[in-house]
Design a protein around this ligand. Structure first.
Ligand code: AMP
Length: 275
């Protein structure tokens, strides 16, 4: 199905609530959508052994949140690589609004002042695929995206609004015990971020990715102890985050015990709002 207007969407929900699954299903239904998962980007940087990856590795293993500054650099770089940032055309140059959002003291410059520094500091899958830092009008339906795992705090949401305004914040709600049971069966394909579950979304061949046939792994932060820490952090930070989007009038909440229960509700919301 085609979108008629740009969807700039975030998915909010406790870790393990099925944000990745919903993203995949939305992407299948709406091919113009792309998704960015902050957790996947961080894990990509860890695998690439970038300075950012090395810096955040222990934080992620401990189930703590990466600092707002680091995560904003990462997301801003990714949005820029994909050409989704708001642009402002002046008489002789194009300035990203994001430049001033990240570094308020810098004067406007050509492109982004921190791109060179950022390229040395982190790595982007979009860049590896040959993406470029071009700028596009963000109301075009092709500039539609889904953010998964970002923003996680009200501060991140405020900073994101300065870079690119979100027009739908989806809050996915499933009871804690249901999620805890699910996490026990979760396996991922590291290179792509594809997620499987041995009880309700098993791979075709046990332990192997459906697309590449490569081995599936457990995520190092999926232990019960680490999960409790992440749940606690999510509870603490999500309330002000959701309030932020409620105030902006773009918050929509969806409840369900399983991803299959949530998907149809989410798809009809998208159709009504963007298609
Ligand atoms: P996720 O795959 O979204 O559950 O993220 C895995 C881990 O990456 C989290 O437990 C955090 O340590 C880190 N992380 C991901 N997104 C963010 C974010 N927006 N802010 C801070 N830390 C993040």
């Amino acid at each position: 199905m085609r979108l008629r207007t740009a969807a700039r969407v975030i998915l909010v929900g406790a870790p393990g609530v099925g944000k990745g699954t919903q993203s995949e299903r939305l992407l299948q239904r709406f091919p113009q959508l792309s998704s960015i998962s902050s957790g996947d980007l961080l894990r990509y940087n860890i695998r690439q052994r970038t300075p950012l990856g090395i810096k955040v590795e222990s934080t992620i293993k401990a189930g703590k949140l990466v600092s707002d500054d680091l995560i904003l650099r990462l997301i801003r770089n990714e949005l820029n690589q994909r050409g989704w940032l708001l642009t402002r055309h002046t008489s002789d140059n194009v300035m990203t609004l994001s430049s001033s959002a990240i570094d308020l003291d810098s004067p406007p410059q050509h492109g982004s002042p921190n791109d060179a520094e950022m390229a040395a500091f982190l790595s982007s899958p979009a860049h590896a695929r040959g993406g470029h830092g071009g700028h596009s009008l963000n109301e075009d339906p092709s500039a539609s995206f889904l953010l998964d795992g970002f923003p996680r705090t009200a501060t991140q949401a405020e900073r994101l609004d300065e870079i690119v305004p979100i027009n739908l914040a989806v809050s996915i709600r499933t009871p804690l015990q249901v999620i805890m049971d699910r996490i026990g069966g979760r396996w991922v394909h590291e290179a792509s971020g594809r997620v499987y579950n041995t009880t309700f979304n098993a791979p075709k061949v046990p332990g192997r990715d459906d697309v590449t046939g490569e081995e599936l792994v457990r995520r190092s932060d999926d232990s019960e102890e680490v999960y409790r820490e992440r749940w606690k952090k999510f509870q603490e930070t999500s309330e002000p985050l959701l309030e932020h989007y409620a105030r902006k009038g773009v918050l929509w909440e969806v409840d369900g015990m399983s991803s299959d229960e949530i998907t149809p509700k989410l798809l009809s919301k998208f159709e009504e709002r963007f298609a």
